[in-house]
Design a binder for this molecule. Structure first.
Ligand SMILES: C[S@@+](CC[C@H](N)C(=O)[O-])C[C@H]1O[C@@H](n2cnc3c(N)ncnc32)[C@H](O)[C@@H]1O
Length: 207
């Protein structure tokens, strides 16, 4: 993964991310967080947390007794997340500027969210590395954009690609973006949304 390229990309697009992406992904985001099955007091990681759009939902799910971690490599995206944290309600949120392929955490997690983090889910090292911090039976949820097949692809793929291009650096049409999730989680469920242009994948780490 070319982290410098990712940082450069978000230096130019961070400011428009919340306005452009938030409304279009809100429904899937809520579903993804619900699929984490979090309970009060849980520890959860938002891997590639960006501007922190999922953090209010994750906070609500784990309550004041839980902890929400955010790992984000782009200082420009993270700066926006940190600004949201200044109103004092994000006390149990810990945000780190770090690379998904090398970050460290001091404690194990009950859940991990990978939401619209295409470069991370396509990396052969990021998810295997992150899985080390997920407890056995801890839950992984990944969701994001994908190319649709057949006639639906003709209809919607140009929109999906145009929408994704400002935000991704990995282009590999030969495998779906949840391939590595399937390798890591043997009992993984994958469903399509929005005419096959989005996916939601979830499962638990084997004991
Ligand atoms: C499309 S944004 C999604 C942000 C957030 N997950 C959301 O739901 O809005 C993808 C994010 O992944 C981050 N990212 C990409 N590669 C990364 C890496 N190797 N380590 C940490 N973050 C990374 C990008 O900087 C960007 O903020």
């Amino acid at each position: 993964m070319d982290v410098q390229r990712i940082k450069r990309k978000y230096r130019h697009t961070a400011w428009l991310y919340d306005g452009l992406i938030a409304p279009a992904t809100d429904r899937l985001r809520r579903e993804a967080v619900a699929r984490l099955g979090l309970r009060t007091g849980d520890r959860v990681l938002d891997l590639g947390c960006g501007t922190g759009l999922s953090i209010p939902l994750l906070r609500q799910a784990v309550g004041d007794a839980g902890t929400v971690y955010g790992i984000e490599v782009s200082p420009d995206m993270l700066a926006i997340a940190r600004r949201k944290a200044t109103d004092g309600t994000w006390q149990n949120v810990r945000l780190f500027e770090a690379d998904a392929e090398t970050f460290e955490l001091e404690e194990l997690l009950d859940g991990m969210l990978c939401f619209y983090v295409h470069d991370i889910t396509m990396s052969s090292t990021a998810l295997p590395h992150a899985m080390k911090f997920l407890k056995p039976a801890g839950r992984l949820v990944a969701a994001g954009g994908k190319l649709a097949r057949g006639w639906r692809g003709w209809l919607i793929n140009p929109v999906t690609v145009a929408y994704a291009l400002p935000f991704i650096t990995t282009f590999d049409r030969s495998r779906p973006p949840f391939t590595i999730v399937l390798e890591l989680i043997p009992e993984c469920y994958v469903e399509e949304r929005l005419l096959g242009s989005q996916y939601l994948a979830w499962g638990t780490r084997p004991r």
